[in-house]
Design a protein around this ligand. Structure first.
Ligand code: DGT
Ligand code: MG
Length: 386
């Protein structure tokens, strides 16, 4: 037994939304490994297992030091037996045999490649994998029936799998601002997702659009998209009502507001070399509108690239919730909702916060107020990288 003069082990709170998780941390050699197993569990549609690995990884991201031995794991929450086994192996041997064999496996590699196509989810990828398909081009060669999103996904595969830089995100911001201002004055456009958390690169660029005057934002999305299309800046778009299932355990959103909340998954055409100038206008645009693929014969070349852009429009009364909900990270969001439900008897969504005990919605004008309603210390976006 060790003497009790040991320095106190680092204490880490058990919900990710109770902790500060910076973008850069000390244990990527462990978290990358655990996240491969999480990803593989997703490919096998084992959500419980996937979340368990993600939670373990997230705890290690919050540590202020490198994990050097098993002693460093004492008193840490969320580390399941399987994760501990993987960590131990890496600490002792430098690698984990399970992680390495997963990484090398045909199924993992094919699922990674196929789900890497925009518009392809785990279910389709798995079906194709079982039919013997391995690479995105196999979808074309074997004549698979693809929806419009997937067609665009294959067409722009290389571009969409190349990280979007902060510089490109800023250039896209200028374009979105210009588009929104052209159709509605006074709208507020905010960069969300990973870039709001301080990431230098992302897989897409996320924007939240609102207007101080409640209701002024209604009908905005189609107008913005029209403007973008006219300028030849859209390669693909699909607009939906926001149908994200946030929570199973409560009326998470005021039903009358549901139809005012819109989301658009799109692919922008971004001219190269003009990042930061704010203009990326192209006139030689071939306007075909179906669901939304435009310029289908065009291929990215030296002058432009395709970039995934998500646009969300929110009424101002929901803006704080939408801001919190679209900043991420995904695990941070999931943990916020779990905390709300399990610890507070509340139901949180990116529209509202419902208190089941009081049987009423709690209003908030800022993210700080939402954290306060939830009894949580405020965590700034840059420390939500759980
Ligand atoms: P990235 O783009 O891979 O660099 O990383 P993020 O964190 O920007 O991830 P992304 O773009 O998939 O999603 C942005 C944030 O928005 C994410 O952290 C959680 C949230 N989010 C994603 N999809 C939905 C959705 O369908 N509904 C709501 N309410 N939130 C979502
Ligand atoms: Mg993003």
């Amino acid at each position: 037994p060790k003497p009790s003069a040991d320095p106190p082990a680092t204490t880490v709170k058990s919900y990710a939304c109770q902790r500060r998780t910076p973008l850069k941390h000390h244990n990527t050699f462990l978290t990358d490994a655990l996240e491969i197993l999480a990803e593989n569990a997703e490919f096998n549609e084992n959500e419980g297992r996937s979340v368990a690995f993600r939670r373990s990884a997230s705890v290690l991201k919050a540590l202020p030091h490198v994990v050097r031995g098993m002693d460093d794991l004492k008193n840490l929450p969320c580390l399941g037996e399987h994760s501990v086994r993987v960590i131990k192996e890496i600490l002792e041997d430098g690698t984990s045999s399970e992680v390495e064999s997963t990484r090398q496996s045909e199924q993992y590699q094919a699922m990674k490649a196929l789900t890497g196509v925009f518009g392809v989810g785990v279910k389709s990828a798995d079906r194709w994998f079982r039919e013997g398909l391995r690479r995105p081009l196999d979808l074309i060669h074997t004549g698979q029936k693809l929806n419009l999103a997937q067609q665009a996904g294959v067409q722009y595969y290389n571009d969409l799998n190349r990280p979007v830089t902060k510089r490109e995100a800023v250039a896209i911001s200028h374009i979105v601002e210009k588009a929104v201002n052209a159709v509605l004055s006074g709208a507020i456009i905010t960069l969300m997702g990973g870039f709001r958390r301080g990431k230098e690169v992302g897989h897409d660029v996320d924007f939240l659009i609102t207007h101080l005057e409640e209701g002024a934002e209604e009908g905005l999305m189609p107008k913005v998209l029209n403007w973008l299309e006219e300028q030849g800046l859209l390669l693909y778009q699909k607009t939906t009502r926001n149908s994200y299932l946030e929570s199973k355990d409560g009326p998470a959103r005021p039903p009358h507001n549901l139809d005012r909340f819109e989301r658009c998954f799109s692919i922008f055409k971004l001219e190269k070399g003009k990042e930061g100038s704010g203009t990326s206008l192209n006139t030689s645009y071939d306007s075909g509108t179906t669901e939304g693929i435009t310029g289908t014969t065009e291929q990215p070349g030296p002058s432009w690239r395709a970039v995934r852009v998500d646009l969300v429009v929110s009424p101002f009364s929901q803006f704080a919730f939408a801001t919190l909900g679209w900043t991420g990270s995904k695990l941070f969001e999931r943990e916020l909702r779990r905390w709300a439900g399990q610890e507070k008897g509340m139901s949180l969504s990116s529209h509202a916060l419902y208190d089941s005990k009081q049987q009423r919605y709690l209003r908030a004008n800022s993210e700080e107020e939402i954290f306060a309603h939830l009894g949580l210390e405020y965590i700034p976006p840059s420390e939500r990288n759980a």
